[in-house]
Structures are given as structure tokens and as C-alpha cells.
Design a protein around this ligand. Structure first.
Ligand SMILES: CC(=O)N[C@@H]([C@@H](O)[C@H](O)[C@H](O)CO)[C@@H](O)CC(=O)C(=O)O
Length: 303
């Protein structure tokens, strides 16, 4: 029961900028309200989709504050606090704890290739800095570090470690982490393209970078899974994958394209920070088509 609040569809929260590219409280609030109305189970704040890597400490603290002020008590809040140094990660963790977040999460150390002992120490120092529970973030394709089941098991010896957000591509990794952790550990599916497969392999829910562009579809995929309607789940996943491929096939980065999709859906959260590329004029017409794909899929599956 304790972990029930972490199950389901948890969109990775996007960075919300004003027209000058600064963090915008109003636009952050607008994204919070949109996700609340869509009835998602929680938000994962300040991760990859939050462009954490391109924001300074004060900006990241501000985002954590704005989201907590708007959504605390309305849904589950997870703060991603991974930063280049342990010191900054701990500062973010303490800030999130003061704001009443439900759990912390962090990528492993980046840039230098560090041994498992350093990664273990880094995560443990964050975990020990606050009373909050902790979710490990395994995303080898961006960090270059792959969490092993052995290190996962070692980390789980600390009862504050409640699970892993697994963004590696093999769904077998989900099955292995679940095997090690058992029922008292939450495993999140990371690759949105295989949400349904991840659930079948044992994931308890998902945290995803494309969920907020089409929350209705992921919530419905989750429902189909829970109802044992696997044919329908497979069909909606297939539609979602067509949309994700389109989101990733433009001149602008996937996040810039998603932000324009959201703009068309009535939520303006600005664009992306360099070096991520914004959308081009040729993208505009193609984004119209993506919005239509989402609308048609919602009409077909979410009655
Ligand atoms: C590599 C990567 O960015 N993976 C994404 C996916 O949600 C990804 O955007 C999606 O599967 C589309 O490829 C998430 O796992 C990351 C995420 O949720 C986050 O921290 O923002």
C-alpha cells in the first residue's frame, strides 16, 4: 500500500520557459494544471525532459518550488536531483524534502567514468541527506553507466531505496530488477515505445518523456493492461509508436516538437534551450499532422 502512489502514469515534467528562454512560473503552472486535468498519477520533475542538464542550481530549485506549490497534495511528486556534483545534488535533495516531495531520484554521476564504488557512494550520500525515499534512475544511453542487478541489490539493503526508473531498452532489465526487488520495490518503465511490454515484464507503471504530449493515450494503455485487454493494449501502443517516431523525425529536437504540440493543445511552455534545437518552419506543417494523429488516436481508443 505504501508504494501504491507510485504506480501508474507519471509524465516527466518539461522545462517551461518564457519567450526569452528563462524559467517561467506562469508557464510551469499552466503545465501543472493541464496534467492535473488529465488525471495523471504524478509528475517526475527536473529529469531529462526537464532539461536539468542545461539549468543552474537556482533554476532547478525554482522549478521544484513552482511545481510543489501548484500540485502538492494533488498527485505524486518525484524530484530528480541528479547533478554533476554530489554537493549540488544534496542541495536539491534538501530543497525537495523541504517542499514535501514524495520521493527523490537521481541519475548516476556523469562525465567522468567512475567505478561502481563511486556511484554507490554518490547515490548513498543523496539518500542519507534527507528522510525521503529514493528511486534510482538507470538511463545508460545518456549517462554511459549501466546499473547492474548486483549494485541494485546492494542499494536495496537501504530501506529508503524503493525502486528504479529503468530507461534502458531491453524489457528484460525490468524483469531482472523486479526479480531482485520483488513486490516491495517499484520498477518504472522508461522507454515509452514499449510501455505495454514493460508492464507485461513486471513494471509497476511508467515515467515517460512523451506522456505529457498524449496523456490520454498512456492512461488508456495502462487501463487496457490492467483490464487484461492485451490486443487493445498492443494496438494503442502501436499508434503511440507512430506518434513518437513522428515526434523524433523533425528538424527540431523531440522536446521542441512536443512543446509545439502542447502549444497546439492550448499549453504554451516556450521552446528548448540550446544545444537542443528548436523547431524549423518546415516542421510546422508536419506538427499539424502529429496533432491530428494524437486527436484521432484519442478518438479511437479513449471513449
Ligand atoms: C532516453 C530518454 O530520454 N528516455 C525518456 C523516454 O521517455 C523517451 O523520451 C521516450 O521513450 C521517447 O523515445 C525517459 O525515459 C526519460 C525521462 O522520462 C526523463 O527523465 O525525462
Amino acid at each position: 500500500m505504501r508504494l501504491e502512489k507510485f504506480r501508474g502514469i507519471i509524465p516527466a515534467f518539461y522545462a517551461c520557459y518564457d519567450d526569452q528562454g528563462d524559467i517561467s512560473e506562469d508557464r510551469t503552472n499552466a503545465l501543472c494544471d493541464y496534467l492535473y486535468e488529465k488525471k495523471v498519477n504524478g509528475v517526475y520533475v527536473g529529469g531529462s525532459s526537464g532539461e536539468c542538464i542545461y539549468q543552474n542550481l537556482d533554476e532547478r530549485k525554482a522549478v521544484l518550488s513552482y511545481v510543489a506549490n501548484r500540485l502538492k497534495g494533488k498527485m505524486t511528486l518525484i524530484a530528480h536531483v541528479g547533478a554533476p556534483s554530489t554537493r549540488d545534488s544534496i542541495a536539491l535533495a534538501k530543497h525537495a524534502a523541504e517542499l514535501g516531495y514524495d520521493a527523490l531520484s537521481a541519475i548516476p554521476p556523469i562525465y567522468f567514468k567512475l567505478p561502481d564504488s563511486s556511484v554507490y557512494k554518490y547515490w548513498n550520500e543523496i539518500i542519507e541527506a534527507t528522510p525521503l525515499e529514493f528511486i534510482i534512475y538507470n538511463i545508460p544511453q545518456t549517462t554511459g553507466y549501466t546499473l547492474t542487478t548486483a549494485l541494485f541489490e546492494k542499494l536495496l539493503a537501504n530501506p529508503k531505496v524503493i525502486g528504479v526508473k529503468n530507461s534502458s531498452m531491453p524489457t528484460m532489465d525490468i524483469e531482472r530488477f523486479k526479480r531482485v526487488g520483488g513486490d516491495n520495490v517499484i520498477v518504472f518503465n522508461g522507454p515509452d515505445e514499449q510501455y505495454v511490454a514493460g508492464r507485461i515484464m513486471g513494471a509497476d507503471g511508467g515515467i515517460g518523456g512523451t506522456y505529457a504530449a498524449m496523456p490520454e493515450l498512456f492512461l488508456q494503455a495502462n487501463e487496457f493492461f490492467l483490464q487484461g485487454k492485451f490486443e487493445e493494449a498492443k494496438r494503442i501502443q502501436s499508434c503511440i509508436n507512430d506518434i513518437i517516431i513522428a515526434l523524433c523525425s523533425q528538424n527540431g529536437s523531440m522536446y521542441a516538437v512536443i512543446k509545439e504540440v502542447l502549444n497546439r493543445r492550448g499549453v504554451n511552455i516556450g521552446s528548448v534551450r540550446g544545444p537542443l534545437e528548436g523547431i524549423s518552419t518546415e516542421d510546422l506543417g508536419r506538427i499539424d499532422r502529429i496533432v491530428t494523429m494524437i486527436d484521432e488516436a484519442v478518438q479511437e481508443f479513449c471513449k
